[in-house]
Write a protein that binds this ligand. Structure first.
Ligand code: UDP
Ligand code: MG
Length: 308
């Protein structure tokens, strides 16, 4: 199936330094493509001159469109906004910092034209990322894989191309609390992997800090699995069973040998341990209640300043 219009979706948050090179690379690329392109920037509340630069490009090049969000919402929401404004019958998501080489796009497009719905790029290395980041992401993916109900594509970012069928599937998802990577897996459909080497950022710095990554990780886990709830139920059952056995032991001892007051240390440690377990269980439940809270408020995902 021939693709007529390919939308290249780029979420941007303070990427002023990257834009010129990005635009040049995309221009080179589009000459090689057999279809028309829509370059769609989603400006995620940048505080630098990112939007200004985009508008300058737009004056010279009418393939450029943009959605200017009302504030910074984070990449997940920026992507959702972009997907809503996609005109193409195929869509590719790419970061502004050129960590994902646009030169892979023709190969991805071939995949879509062959009939795949989701061609995703899996990195074989991670240049320019710290040891800690690589390690934590490895551990995270491993556990995500085990705990969640859906298969997760490991070492895969958001650099991927969708067919129109996949685009409309994603558009139907109504969730407010979103982990896009998880949702891309969730829709299923025919997936194809291509491998690539991820480059370091060309300019600027990463927008993620560890706290945000941690939150994203928790979000990913809780929106695709209720196993954490089961784990605390399990811990709860084990603890109450042991408490019951211990109770019998204490009672029998008291009945047989009389009751002497003893065991401040054991009392204290049991008390602390059990309250710890209760707090943990409450915390895990709280995570899920938090999600319910956000979903029931049913607020719009994002607001827009300007569309161009
Ligand atoms: N981004 C965004 N909103 C944010 C943070 C990031 O739209 O709140 C964009 C950013 O401009 C970039 C992409 O998401 O195009 C990936 O961000 P970054 O390179 O900082 O993440 P990393 O590559 O380190 O995972
Ligand atoms: Mg990056």
């Amino acid at each position: 199936m021939k693709i007529q219009l390919l939308t290249i979706l780029i979420p941007v948050y303070n990427e002023s330094d990257c834009l010129q090179i990005l635009y040049e690379r995309l221009q080179l690329l589009s000459e090689k493509l057999s279809c028309a392109v829509q370059i769609l920037f989603v400006n995620d509340g940048s505080t630098d001159d990112t939007l200004l630069k985009i508008k300058e490009f737009q004056e010279k090049d009418n393939r450029i469109t943009f959605v200017d969000l009302s504030r910074n919402y984070g990449k997940e929401i920026a992507l959702s906004a972009g997907i809503d404004y996609t005109k193409g019958d195929a869509l590719v998501i790419i970061d502004a910092d050129l960590q994902d080489p646009p030169e892979l796009i023709p190969e991805m497009l071939l995949g879509i034209e062959e009939g795949y719905d989701d061609v995703y790029a899996q990195r074989t290395n991670r240049k320019g990322e710290t040891w800690l980041k690589r390690f934590s992401s490895k551990v995270y993916y491993k556990w995500m894989e085990k705990l969640s109900d859906i298969p997760i594509q490991k070492d895969t970012g958001d650099f991927r191309m969708f067919s129109s069928r996949a685009i409309s599937a994603i558009k139907q998802i109504q969730e407010k609390e979103r982990n896009m990577k998880g949702l891309f897996s969730y829709i299923g459909l025919r997936k194809k992997v291509i491998y690539y080497e991820r480059d370091a950022r060309i300019a600027g710095s990463t927008k993620w800090n560890y706290w945000q990554l941690f939150q994203l990780a928790i979000k990913g886990l809780t929106s695709f699995s209720i196993i954490p709830l089961r784990i605390v139920s399990l811990i709860g059952s084990i603890v109450s069973f042991s408490a019951f056995v211990y109770l019998i032991k204490v009672l029998t001892k008291a009945l047989l040998y009389g009751d002497e007051v003893a065991g401040y240390p054991s009392l204290m440690s049991t008390l602390l341990f059990v309250s710890g377990v209760i707090l943990l269980a409450l915390g895990v439940m709280g995570e899920y209640i938090g999600i319910i809270y956000k979903e029931t408020k049913n607020r719009p995902l994002y607001f827009i300043n300007e569309i161009g």
